[in-house]
Design a protein around this ligand. Structure first.
Ligand code: COA
Ligand code: AMP
Length: 619
């Protein structure tokens, strides 16, 4: 089937108030619009349709929270009732179609309810991951300009309670934009003080709200904004449209993940990331599955058997996790003693994404789970997989180190530095020929020029993924590294450029560099180098402690910025460019060449000595 036929057929599989007569508006490249005259609603496709078709008593959402020792299930009818009421709450607060609602919540059912409530009335949700601190939250508040923020009093991490409310209050204080209202879910672990006039208690506001029906939404109207790391301090607000999002995600559930109505699907991610949007909330519900919302970690909640317990307890058919989660389990339970305590028989496939899956983790999972272990490659921007082994179409042999072949709809190519097609197995920029398929991003919020400049200008006619890699003779794609400053820390996408901006806020730091170095558990971790000014009064160890604390308070604990050192100077080219990639190669113990353009070769020797003091290279 050609592309047009695939998407025409897939579009017939969802509910439309007004079915699209046009498949693709390609009149303004690189902006493409799928199903431009269709009218639909994401919440209707996620909930109402299943209840109307007689599946109201089927389980929709399984909340499993080892950190609060809670398990709660919602049927489709129950979830629909909560979501309709929450939508009524938003309407009571004056929210209308197109208004933004920011959601800063831990992994609780109310986060899912809030997202779907927005979709119900055509409000645009912007979910911010709980591991980000006030400054990052403030930047997102200013960009999205939400009229209302949905939040909770606290998050529950294995070793501590995270007070969300002070972080939210701090962010609102920092932001130029002020939301009219915050609706706060009070959690018993740490209730929060509410600001009179601005803050409402979630339960109280829900109790006075009445259910509202779905609003018909134009296919190209935004469903949500999701911020992701860019190379500047200003995060990129990826915009997903409504019609394409529904069509693509529903198609992917059947054709990539091979699940059907009634199956239990679990993406062990967080609603703050794209995986959470696509495969905790929308995809499984569009497909009529039961989705698992897990408030816990692969290890420590309470032990490395947590994933296997959940699979057994809830009959999970497909698990989606990050390789780092498996590495964490493998490290603590290499011989699978904990796994042996549970029956993982319900599991039929394990999908991995977020970072490259190293072959040894892949082999360990294959051997111990005895199900297909599928690495697949995607990004916040695409919203669903670019490359995968499509188990619902025709399963292909797994090739370790590769996330498989291009999924239908994506024409993946490798281009060399001159923009020409690379040879087979030649490493180059991974690009996708325009147009991208339905469900991929349609613009960047408030930044249409940046959308074009960042993704479509370097290689005209193609979307630049920001990843480098190659394609082998069988069409298997290998994703090797980023071409920009993005690093992947425990499956979380972060920018070293943003971290450098944070370090430079210290007046005694005159220059700095942050590189992502290999880490056996988290894949990559950031490592900072500081150059202090001549008037600095801080000792090097004090400057380092200050930098680490500052990063945690400004960017958030999710940055995992724990290693930093003071150096006299940074290695640079004669034109002044910091040689970050050579610094990383030295740290990782990779072979490296003295760059021909280096200004002073001694600077790299100094870096090697500083790294050796930190114990690098580690292999
Ligand atoms: N709210 C507040 N803080 C959070 C948070 C949240 N939602 N999520 C993480 N944090 C904090 C953690 O408490 C930790 O803080 P600490 O420095 O005080 O310990 C810090 O951010 C880093 O968290 P994390 O990345 O989870 O690292 P970890 O060392 O606690 O756990 C793993 C390591 C491998 C178990 C964990 O990173 C993991 O499960 N990774 C999988 C990630 C994933 O699913 N990614 C989605 C892509 S599919
Ligand atoms: P995010 O937008 O947070 O989903 O991060 C997307 C980035 O994570 C990609 O551009 C890749 O760099 C990396 N990534 C995701 N999945 C894979 C994978 N299966 N293999 C290699 N890298 C991956």
């Amino acid at each position: 089937m050609d592309n047009a036929a695939i998407w025409r057929a897939a579009a017939k599989d969802i509910f439309w108030y007004q079915a699209p007569t046009q498949l693709l508006d390609d009149s303004r490249p690189p902006s493409y619009r799928w199903f431009p005259d269709g009218v639909t609603n994401a919440c209707y496709n996620a909930l109402d349709i299943h209840v109307e078709q007689g599946r109201g008593t089927q389980t929709a959402l399984i909340y499993d929270s080892p950190v609060t020792t809670t398990t709660r299930q919602y049927t489709y009818a129950e979830l629909l009732a909560k979501v309709s009421q929450c939508a009524g709450l938003l309407v009571n607060l004056g929210i209308q179609k197109g208004d933004r609602v920011l959601i800063y919540m831990p992994m609780v059912p109310e986060a899912v309810i809030g997202m779907l409530a927005c979709a119900r009335i055509g409000a645009v949700h912007a979910v911010v991951f709980g591991g980000f601190a006030s400054n990052e939250l403030a930047a997102r508040i200013d960009d999205a300009q939400p009229a209302v923020i949905l939040s909770a009093s606290c998050g529950v991490e294995p070793a501590r309670i995270v007070p969300y409310k002070p972080l939210l209050d701090g962010a609102i204080e920092l932001a130029a934009h002020a939301p009219a209202h915050c609706v706060i879910l009070q959690r018993p672990q740490l209730p929060a003080n509410l600001v009179p006039g601005r803050d409402l208690d979630w339960q109280g506001a829900m109790s006075t709200a009445v259910a509202v029906p779905c609003e018909p939404i134009n296919a190209n109207d935004p469903l949500y904004i999701l911020y992701t790391s860019g190379t500047t301090g200003q995060p990129k607000g990826v915009v997903r449209d409504t019609g394409g999002g529904i069509v693509a995600l529903k198609w992917s559930m059947a054709n990539i993940y091979n699940v059907k109505t009634g199956d239990v699907y679990w993406a062990a991610s967080d609603v703050g990331w794209v995986v959470g949007h696509s495969y905790i909330v929308y995809g499984p519900l569009f497909a009529g599955c039961a989705t698992v919302l897990f408030e816990g970690k692969p290890v420590g909640t309470p032990d490395p058997g947590a994933f296997w317990r959940v699979i057994e307890a809830h009959d999970v058919k497909v698990l989606f996790a990050a390789p780092t989660a498996l590495r964490a389990i493998k490290k603590e339970d290499p011989d699978c003693d904990y796994m042996g305590q549970y029956s993982v028989a319900p599991l039929q496939a394990l999908f991995l994404a977020g970072e490259r899956c190293d072959p040894s983790t892949l082999a360990w999972a294959q051997a111990n789970l005895a199900v297909p272990v599928i690495d697949h490659w995607w990004q916040t921007e695409t919203g669903w997989p670019i490359c995968a082994n499509c188990l619902g179409l025709q399963a292909m042999p797994v090739v370790p180190g590769s996330p498989g072949r291009a999924v239908p709809g994506y024409d993946v190519q490798v281009l060399d530095s001159t923009g020409n097609t690379a040879q087979t197995e030649e490493v180059g920029a991974l690009v996708i020929r325009n147009p991208l398929p339905p469900g991929t991003f349609t613009t960047l919020w408030n930044a249409p020029e940046r959308f074009e400049a960042s993704y479509f200008s370097r290689y005209p006619g193609y979307y630049e993924t920001g990843d480098a890699g190659y394609i082998d003779e069988n069409g298997y794609v290998f994703v090797m590294s980023r071409t920009d400053d993005v690093i992947n820390v425990a499956g979380h996408r972060l920018s070293t450029g943003v971290m450098e901006d944070v370090l430079l806020l210290d007046e005694e730091v005159v220059e700095c560099a942050v590189v992502g170095v290999a880490d056996a558990l988290k894949g990559q971790v950031p490592l900072g180098f500081l150059v202090l000014n001549s008037a600095a009064t801080a000792r090097p160890d004090q400057a380092v402690s200050r930098a680490i604390a500052h990063m945690r308070n400004t960017l958030g604990p999710v940055a995992a910025f724990r290693q930093c050192t003071v150096v006299q100077r940074l290695p640079k080219t004669r034109s002044g460019k910091i040689l970050r990639s050579t610094m990383r190669q030295i740290a990782d113990g990779e072979p490296w060449n003295m760059p021909a353009t280096i200004d002073d070769p001694d600077t790299l020797q100094e870096i090697a000595i500083a790294l050796a003091r930190l114990g690098y290279p580690r292999t």
